[in-house]
Ligand binder design. Sequence first.
Ligand code: NAI
Ligand code: UGA
Length: 429
Amino acid sequence: MNVLFIGMGYVGTTMGLVLANKGHTVTGLDINKEKIDTLNKGEVYFYEPGLQEMLATELNKRIFFTTNAKEAVEENDLIFITVGTPSLDDGSADLIYVKEAAKLIRKYRNSEKVVIVKSTVPIGTTEKVHEWINQNGDKKPLVKTVMNPEFLREGSALDDALNPDRIVIGSNDVHAASQMNKLYQNWSCPFLHTTPKAAEMIKYASNSFLATKISFINEIAKLCDTIDVNIQDVSKGMGLDDRIGPQFLQAGLGYGGSCFPKDVRELLVTADQNQMPLEILKKVDEVNKNQANYFIGKIKKRIPSLKKKKVVVYGLSFKPNTDDIRESVSYSILEQLIEEKAEIVVHDPIVKLSSQWLNKGVVQCDDAYEAAKCAEVILICTDWNHYKNLDWLKVRNVVSNPVIFDGRNTLNGEDIKKYQFHYEGIGFC
Ligand SMILES: NC(=O)C1=CN([C@@H]2O[C@H](COP(=O)(O)OP(=O)(O)OC[C@H]3O[C@@H](n4cnc5c(N)ncnc54)[C@H](O)[C@@H]3O)[C@@H](O)[C@H]2O)C=CC1
Ligand SMILES: O=C(O)[C@H]1O[C@H](OP(=O)(O)OP(=O)(O)OC[C@H]2O[C@@H](n3ccc(=O)[nH]c3=O)[C@H](O)[C@@H]2O)[C@H](O)[C@@H](O)[C@@H]1O
């Protein structure tokens, strides 16, 4: 099938490549010329394992990139909207990019098309997209709309897209739904057909539930800290219950990224607008916002003043295996360390600090051992395997003060303590 993606970000690029790889002919459209030029050179402009190799196989065979909206819309009958839906100041999702994408389709539509909203959008938006495109009485062919939420994770996007737990298709139109079945015929996971509104809610409720698991375990971890219980044993013991499951019970600095924080905020706004406040979810957000303060508080219990102390921060991305720093908790920690007047050195295997941070006196080192030289405290903020695999004896030999605060509970505490480090995670000492 001929498929267009409007928005070549993390989702559009990944899903475009995956559908091309499954035999469809895909066009990727973006307003950002630099991104399109880079993709046309065969380079994925962000870090995501496996995508680069897939692009090398598919470029100009089954996937094509362009900034020409007219041609792209005219030549494709299935059109995905995969633009961003970031938070506005009041927490609601900004639909400006979705509206702009709808405008392009309205302007250039030349046949009956199926428009698939894959961006995460507030409940009722897909129906609005239908109206935005089909309005004006311009006698052009009507488009059908579908809501098809995306559940992939950054860092494992390709694997998630190829092997999803489910495919949700929200549509009130039989023809559109059958086109979606045809598009995804090579996937063997369960398919759920529902209404567009329910599909939108499934996406928000899923992300909010996962966020709830994380904030729940983080609260239990804080209690474990005070009564000397190891949270990792607790997570393991809970996760062995099939009804609970082992995933998303990793205590730490809380959730960041471009989705959980913004999607939780948007659902809270929708709930308030409908006079049905979501009390649990409010607390989930509150607990999460407080995790960085809790971590700094733990550090200050041991080192009351960080002024002029060399603090090493390992990890800038919001999770491992991505270069995405949107709402990464590492940056809240950097802000607090700057306020404390610490001397800060950061390391990340992929992410480079922007000049904004370098101008504030933060130093970046490309080598984790070099960064650790003369450190008075090491903070692990992202659970990259890189840090698990460091030679910690070598690190021990270069630091001034052997103290590690592990914000992701990523190291094996018992092993680390053998090297005479003071080691604390979140939810165990
Ligand atoms: N990043 C992720 O892992 C996931 C994201 N989502 C949702 O998918 C949506 C997209 O997310 P990302 O891919 O992370 O966003 P992104 O910010 O990486 O990419 C969005 C792209 O859309 C482009 N764009 C904006 N307006 C446009 C227009 N009028 N025409 C053409 N291109 C336009 C931008 O230039 C940008 O390249 C969001 O709603 C997000 O919540 C859902 C599941 C996973
Ligand atoms: O809507 C989205 O964009 C996506 O949001 C998340 O994916 P993502 O944000 O890429 O990454 P996750 O693996 O979910 O991690 C999110 C954050 O939670 C944190 N986390 C995760 C798991 C855990 O046990 N503990 C924990 O603190 C991670 O460190 C990270 O900061 C969801 O997992 C995806 O299903 C969804 O499609």
